[in-house]
Each structure stands twice: as C-alpha cells, then as structure tokens.
Design a protein around this ligand. Structure first.
Ligand SMILES: *[C@@H]1O[C@H](CO)[C@@H](O)[C@H](O)[C@H]1NC(C)=O
Ligand SMILES: *[C@@H]1O[C@H](CO)[C@@H](O)[C@H](O)[C@H]1NC(C)=O
Ligand SMILES: *[C@@H]1O[C@H](CO)[C@@H](O)[C@H](O)[C@H]1NC(C)=O
Length: 177
C-alpha cells in the first residue's frame, strides 16, 4: 500500500512539474506575435519552396513525428531550433531579392526576440534538455549536414512552416490547460 502511494504521489508531483513547466513556457512566449511571423513567411513561402530541388528529403523530420517530443522537452527543442536557424540557416542563406530578404530579416528578428524571451524567463532550470531532446536536435543538424550548405539553408527556410506550426500547436496546448 505504502509503495503504491509513493508512486502515485511521485506521478502527481511529475504532473504538477509538467504543468508548471508548460505554463511558464507559455508565459515566456505569450508576447510573441506568431501571426506576424507567419505573415512574413507566407509572403515568401512559394518563392523559397519552388527553388528547393531536394523535395525528397526533410530537415525538420523530427518535428513531423510530433509525438516523440514530450511536453517537458518543448522548451529545449524550441530553444535549440531557434539557435539552429539563427546560427546556421539565416547565416548560410544567400538571398538576392531585397523583398524576400526583408521578410527573412523580419522572421530572424522575431526569432531573436523569442530566444531572449525564453532565456530571460526560463533560466536553465526550466529549460533542461533530456537525451531525447538532444537527439531530436542532433537529427536536424545531421539532416542539414547531409546537403550542400546552400541547398540545406534554402530547404530549412522552406520548412519554417513546420517549425511555426509546431510552436503554434504547443502554444495552443499550453493555453488550453
Ligand atoms: C534526393 O534527390 C536528389 C536529386 O533528385 C538525389 O540526388 C538524392 O540522392 C535523393 N536523396 C534521397 C535520400 O533519395
Ligand atoms: C515580403 O515579400 C513580399 C512579396 O515578395 C513583398 O511584397 C513585401 O514587400 C515583403 N515585405 C517586406 C517587409 O519587405
Ligand atoms: C539518443 O541517441 C543515441 C545514439 O544514437 C541512442 O543510443 C540513444 O538511445 C538515444 N536516446 C534516446 C533517449 O532517444
């Protein structure tokens, strides 16, 4: 009986920690206007995706199998992917069209803002990375490394809708609790 109670209590604690965690993530990103980012992306989506010649591979494959990422890992994966876009994709991409470039800059600025919001509000304590989250991030980098750098950057930009939808979904889920 006693052992059963202990496991129940532990489960309860874990659930409380999960909900505190997701609530704090929601609060961290609540000031970010996702529609603005989505609007910028919508303007350039066609142009980017039409130039992508490797339709048979995906970079953000781990996000498409959403169920593998647990709520507790949402903060870590979001943070890691923002860094991935900031440090690799936006730097590696070469854009000739000034209009597209301005839209990409808008998205990049919003990502920087989101990253700061996460850093300030989470602290390290609420944004720990499990082995699964580390693996999920590594797969994204591995996929990226498999392509020539320009193609990889272009494809990752074209896949921003996957990442944005994923952030949106996790917002909504946490908003509902
Ligand atoms: C994807 O397509 C490209 C070009 O058509 C080809 O070179 C590459 O081998 C393909 N990759 C896979 C994983 O099928
Ligand atoms: C975004 O792209 C669209 C389509 O190319 C363009 O009309 C618009 O001016 C761009 N927005 C900015 C802020 O440059
Ligand atoms: C992470 O990846 C390593 C190496 O591929 C694997 O051995 C390990 O089981 C994975 N861990 C999790 C939790 O997915």
């Amino acid at each position: 009986m006693k052992a059963q109670c202990i496991s129940h209590c532990l489960l309860g604690m874990t659930l409380i920690l999960y909900s505190v965690h997701t609530h704090s993530l929601r609060r961290c990103l609540i000031s970010v206007d996702m529609r603005l980012i989505e609007k910028s992306f919508h303007e350039i989506k066609r142009a980017l995706q039409n130039k992508d010649t490797f339709q048979n591979v995906t970079i953000l494959s781990t996000l498409q199998s959403l169920k593998t990422i647990k709520p507790i890992d949402v903060c870590c994966v979001t943070k890691n992917l923002l860094t991935f876009y900031k440090d690799r994709v936006f730097k590696d991409h070469q854009e000739l069209s000034p209009q597209i470039l301005r839209n990409i800059s808008n998205i990049a600025n919003s990502f920087l803002y989101m990253q700061r919001a996460l850093q300030q509000c989470q602290g390290q304590r609420w944004c720990q990375c499990s082995q699964e989250a580390i693996n999920a991030t590594r797969i994204v980098h591995d996929n990226y490394n498999q392509l020539e750098v320009r193609s990889a950057a272009l494809k990752s930009l074209g896949e921003l809708d996957i990442f944005l939808a994923w952030i949106d979904k996790n917002h909504q889920e946490t908003s509902a609790t």
